[in-house]
Design a binder for this molecule. Structure first.
Ligand code: AMP
Ligand code: ZN
Length: 461
């Protein structure tokens, strides 16, 4: 099978051909860390985690070099520092750790490299120096600007022309810009800005613009031309367009060979976003739902499609996963089968078609149930292997069926195990009243005892 991905720049699906199959480079723009991530912010890390798993399965685990940055210097972070009086590094370290814990709970494998913007200021300055030298950039009163008219094919990715740009003039147009479309490479420090947001540069003290951060980090860790560059659809313009302008004018070579962008997560009919206030944080969702349910819900739509986040979506994701884990439990002991994936791999190779892949996963679960009903050992082995292999590709079914059904923490589970055992003992001693009391007490806390030929187990309902 060939892997085909939709390339935003080409506006069509293209067969993926890496520069070097032994070193596939993937760069995804990471979070700006100054508050809790909402579930919309989790869509890019989850989507690109599926891509990364697929690339690892195809080219080998060690062949994929995945960089996802941390933007730890930016206007919103500075505003948060000024407002709270907390040092910038303290804010960014706190929220980067929360972000990483949140996405880890969604089974996102940590990136191979997590570059932090503030650790790359010399590399950013080096690119800006080159741009100034080649006259793609100029020094103004308030900062160093990239001159958009100096690049003839600016706008190639988004299809937007410079005249469509910020010139639309709701944003205040800085008087030192030569053209309204020009954008900041370096911003000079303004009075009152915190010292920990200021760096020296050949042009004056200040801080980098947002776009130059990614150009510098991608070049340093992945090289001047990367295989795949990804992010949310809102990054196409201006962020990615400007990354292209900076990197390509500085180095004279293509920044990325394929561009991939995920669509928006909506809630209440609008894009989930902090400014509209229609957000729900990953942190809060994880109090009520297992991480796999959130991940499954995010993958129910194709990554380029818009997805509505509703309570119903979560309930359905939970019910489907319960059913799949239930099937996995029935074939759990049938080890040693060989995986064929049955459609899951193929669906993902067609531009990450996760809705189809999840449907194929459900079909494997049905086949596992049939195999268990018919006590077809070979089929049980095969479906078990398929469920686990497909689960690994999708980042699902990472728990044992017992862990899934029991959830909770281990102390709590040990207490329930002990009560279930006490009930087994009471039954053995024919103390039916005691056995019944324990069963009822557990039912009241939402724990169901399941008596079977192999003994008694339990699950949370
Ligand atoms: P922001 O914090 O707005 O800079 O967003 C961080 C990342 O999350 C970017 O890659 C955005 O494209 C992405 N993002 C933000 N909001 C949404 C949303 N509602 N749906 C999908 N992706 C989003
Ligand atoms: Zn970026």
């Amino acid at each position: 099978m060939t892997l085909r991905i939709y390339d935003t720049a080409a506006r069509k699906k293209r067969v993926f051909e890496p520069q070097d199959p032994a070193r596939i480079t993937l760069y995804v723009c990471g979070p700006t860390v100054y508050n809790h991530a909402h579930i919309g912010n989790a869509r890019p890390p989850v989507v690109f985690d599926v891509l990364r798993r697929l690339l690892m399965a195809r080219y080998g685990e060690g062949a994929v070099v995945y960089a996802r940055n941390i933007t730890d210097i930016e206007d919103k972070i500075i505003a948060a520092a000024l407002e709270t009086g907390v040092p910038i590094a303290e804010i960014t370290q706190k929220y980067a750790a929360i972000y990483n814990a949140d996405v880890a709970a969604l089974n996102v494998i940590p990136p191979s490299i997590e570059p932090w913007a503030t650790a790359h200021v010399p590399e950013m300055i080096a690119i800006i120096e080159k741009l100034v030298r080649k006259q793609y950039a100029y020094v103004g009163e308030t900062g160093v600007w990239f001159s958009v008219p100096s690049m003839p094919d600016y706008g190639r990715l988004s299809g937007r022309k410079p005249e469509d740009n910020e010139a639309g003039a709701r944003v205040a147009v800085e008087p030192d810009k030569r053209d309204p479309a020009d954008f900041a490479l370096w911003k000079f420090a303004k009075p009152g800005e915190p010292e920990d947001a200021i760096w020296d540069s050949p042009w004056g003290r200040g801080r980098p613009g947002w776009h130059i951060e990614c150009s510098a980090m991608a070049e340093k860790h992945l090289g001047r031309t990367i295989d795949i560059h990804g992010g949310g659809i809102d990054l196409v313009f201006p962020h990615h367009e400007n990354e292209i302008a900076q990197s390509e004018c500085a180095h004279g070579q293509e920044l990325a060979r394929y561009w991939m962008h995920n669509g928006f997560l909506d809630m209440g009919g609008e894009k989930m976003s902090k400014s509209l206030g229609n957000i729900v944080t990953v942190h809060d969702l994880l109090k009520d739902w297992p991480g796999e349910v959130l991940r499954f819900a995010l993958l129910t739509a194709h990554y380029r499609a818009q997805l509505d986040w509703t309570e119903d979506l979560l309930k359905q994701a939970k019910a489907t996963l319960d059913r799949i884990y239930g099937a996995l439990r029935r074939v759990w002991e049938a080890e040693g089968g060989r995986a064929t994936y049955r459609g899951v791999h193929e669906a993902l190779e067609d531009d990450l078609n996760t809705p189809e892949a999840l449907a194929a996963l459900s079909a494997i679960a049905s086949a596992a149930n049939t195999a268990a009903d018919q006590k077809d050992t070979e089929m049980m082995k095969a479906t078990r292997a398929d469920l686990l292999a497909a689960g690994k590709l999708l980042g699902l079914l990472t728990l044992t069926p017992k862990e899934w059904e029991q959830g909770g923490n281990s102390d709590e589970n040990a207490r329930i195990d002990a009560l279930v055992q006490a009930r087994v003992d009471a039954r053995a001693a024919k103390d039916w009243a005691e056995a019944d009391r324990i069963r009822k007490a557990l039912a009241e806390e939402g724990v169901e005892i399941m008596d079977g030929p192999g003994g008694s187990t339990w699950r949370r309902i």
